[in-house]
Design a protein around this ligand. Structure first.
Ligand code: ADP
Length: 650
């Protein structure tokens, strides 16, 4: 008798279920009552055989057996066809009629009593009737109407007949019979009520238990859902953590960062191959990779023979893990085997598709890719796109810087031109003089070879000097890509000693150089280093141009921690506090013909070397401009600069 779970709450519904339960019990207990009657009735007939007319006895026995048979049939029908609450009324009604019929048959015993003259037989009949009453009522208590329908017709006729006799014994028996009926019905009523209450309690408990079970099931479902969500969240966090770890490691170059990202991707997605590919038309060019196969960056394959054309077309991350949803399986030529697992996303650079970032494997994946994997590869592709974009921009900026630095050097040379001309003119004049002297002596024919040799040696020395200056000017004026070498500060200063001397002489400045020859080497582009030093010294010279003599410039270099600090100290007016923060800004100048670029170019050169440039006021007159460079051992030696990883647009 299962009630629909949702309907289990109404009182009316519980009442109906109680009624149905009572009817079920009535039918369940019925076989006992029927069996008892079937056993007792023949015994009674046997004992009264010969005492009452046979026909009466037979009619009684047959009619009683018929009613018992009807009850049995009802039992069978109920067992087969009864369905829960439905039709309870009909089943109970039928059974009440059947019980009433059996009761009437037992009530028919009144004829047996009347036809038996023997008191003993009458007492025996009454005993049987009492037993039948008790037994019947006991089995029918679940439904009170059935009890009444059975008890009243079975007991009242014999009891009334006995009460009407003028024999005290029989009247007493009749009275006792009525009393028994009333007591039996009273007890049955109480039992019926208790049963109803117990059933109500049981059903309500059942409902409660079911609600609890449902609540528990729901709680378990929620818990499972929460656990799944938590696992997915954990996975997301782990993915982001891995991603962050790989991009935040201190690597200076785009190529290294992309390589680390590919390693992380292969590990995360369980793929043997990770590729960054540039796609142009049908060209699929490998830019960077991690692969067990012998592939090299720069190799080109037809796009149609890779798995990436769908990704490129879809413009969103694509994945398959031996899924039949994306047939046919790809025979990727560059990987040399069919791809069973693939995860790829389009890399956009400057809003245009650049290529794809993809991970693949020839083995199927044990579990399909999750949504978080698609999101992660999208994020990775976006980051790679931004990195390439940034790399291109910084390459362009570097080119601009190099051009600007070159222009600045040419400007410096232009400003030094008259001094340089003078510097070159001197040895040339000397050469001309020595040549004249030589020629005069030779023409006069009075010269000795050793005298000519001496003069010629002087000419040669002056030529070397001229050549050196010209070489230095050419070197300084050349346009070249920065070349970072391990160099000594002292050597760098020696290389521009002529330039420095020129400036000092032109401006009548005393020059002091305090450079420790044991300083550790630094990693620097010599030309750019010299440009910075020359800028600072010329600025110092300019600043002192209006100062009283003695004008002094002191250049020093010392080691501070793992850096070498170079300083240019002058005895000029110093930098006014209100412009101290501006002197490094581009185009800031206080000179009538100044460009305001010298210090800002110097600063960007120093920063590109991993150092910094700053200014401090002196204790006495003037200012000191400092810059620092990391010692060579701290920086990985042959470093690649941004923009040199073939990521630039062709
Ligand atoms: P420019 O030399 O064309 O003016 P710079 O960027 O080299 O451009 O210098 C910017 C400004 O910084 C100068 O105009 C000057 O005012 C100030 N400056 C630079 N060096 C010194 C110095 N040694 N003493 C005082 N002022 C200085």
């Amino acid at each position: 008798m299962n009630a629909p779970a949702s309907a289990g709450l109404g009182d009316d519904f519980i009442a109906r279920r109680i009624a149905a339960e009572q009817v079920r019990l009535l039918y369940d207990q019925a076989p006992l009552g029927v069996a008892a009657s079937l056993m007792v009735a023949p015994i009674l007939a046997f004992l009264l055989w010969g005492e009452v007319p046979d026909a009466v006895l037979l009619i009684w026995l047959v009619s009683l057996t018929c009613t018992l048979a009807i009850r049995l049939l009802l039992l069978v029908a109920h067992q087969r066809r009864a369905t829960g609450i439905e039709g309870v009324e009909r089943w109970v009604e039928r059974y009440i009629w059947a019980c009433g019929a059996t009761g009437m048959c037992w009530g028919g015993c009144v004829f047996l009593l009347a036809l038996t003259p023997s008191l003993v037989h009458q007492i025996f009949v009454c005993l049987i009737l009492g037993g039948v009453l008790m037994g019947g009522i006991l089995t029918m208590t679940p439904v009170m109407t059935a009890c009444m329908a059975y008890a009243l017709p079975s007991m009242l006729p014999p009891a009334l007949w006995l009460l009407l006799q003028d024999d005290l014994m029989r009247v007493t028996m009749g009275f006792t019979g009525v009393l028994y009926v009333l007591l039996a019905l009273g007890t049955a009523h109480r039992y019926n009520r208790t049963l109803g209450q117990s059933l109500r309690l049981a059903l309500e408990n059942l409902d409660l238990a079911r609600s609890c079970a449902r609540a528990q099931e729901q709680a378990e479902r929620s818990n499972r859902h929460l656990a799944d969500q938590q696992a997915a969240l954990q996975d997301n966090v782990e993915a982001l953590r891995e991603f962050y770890r790989s991009i935040s490691a201190p690597r200076r170059h785009a190529g290294d960062q992309i390589q680390a990202l590919l390693t992380m991707g292969c590990h995360r997605f369980g793929a043997a191959t990770g590729l960054l590919a540039r796609i142009e038309g049908d060209r699929y060019e490998i830019v960077q990779l991690i692969s067990p196969r012998h592939l090299t960056p720069g190799e080109v394959f037809p796009l149609a023979e890779t798995c990436c054309q769908n990704t490129l077309r879809a413009r969103q991350p694509m994945a398959f893990d031996r899924s039949p949803a994306w047939p046919p399986r790809h025979q990727a030529r560059h990987l040399g085997s069919p791809v069973e697992t693939y995860l790829g996303a389009v890399v956009q650079v400057g809003g245009q598709p650049f290529g794809t970032l993809n991970f693949s494997d020839s083995r199927p994946r044990p579990a399909p890719f999750a949504a978080v994997d698609l999101e992660l590869i999208q994020l990775m592709a976006q980051w790679v796109g931004a990195l390439i974009d940034q790399d291109r921009t910084s390459a362009a900026i570097q080119r601009q810087h190099a051009l600007l630095a070159h222009a600045s050097r040419l400007n410096t040379l232009g400003e030094m031109a008259s001094g340089l001309a003078h510097e070159i003119n001197q040895p040339i004049t000397a050469i001309a003089l020595y040549t004249e002297t030589c020629l005069a002596r030779l023409r006069a024919g009075q010269t000795q070879p050793h005298e000519v040799r001496e003069t010629l040696e002087k000419i040669a020395a002056q030529s070397v000097r001229t050549n050196t200056i010209i070489q230095q000017v050419r070197h300084f004026a050349r346009q070249s890509k920065p070349q970072y070498l391990t160099v000594r500060i002292k050597d760098l200063f020696d290389d521009i000693a002529d330039f420095l001397r020129l400036e000092m002489r032109r401006n009548r400045i005393q020059f002091h150089q305090r450079i420790n020859p044991n300083l550790p080497p630094v990693l620097a582009d010599p030309l750019q280093f010299q440009q910075v030093v020359l800028n600072l010294i010329r600025n110092a010279a300019d600043a002192m141009s209006a100062s009283e003599e003695p004008r002094v410039i002191t250049v020093f270099a010392r080691q501070v921690a793992d850096e070498v600090e170079i300083g240019v100290k002058d005895t000029g007016p110093g930098v006014a506090p209100d412009i101290l923060n501006q002197v490094l800004n581009p185009f800031f100048t206080t000179k009538p013909d100044g460009l305001g670029l010298g210090l800002s170019i110097s600063q960007s050169i120093v920063e590109a070397h991993g150092g910094r440039l700053w200014v401090t006021p002196n204790q006495g007159p003037g200012a000191t401009f400092h810059f620092s460079l990391p010692v060579a051992s701290r920086v990985a030696a042959p470093e690649r600069r941004s923009g040199d990883l073939s990521l630039e647009a062709n």
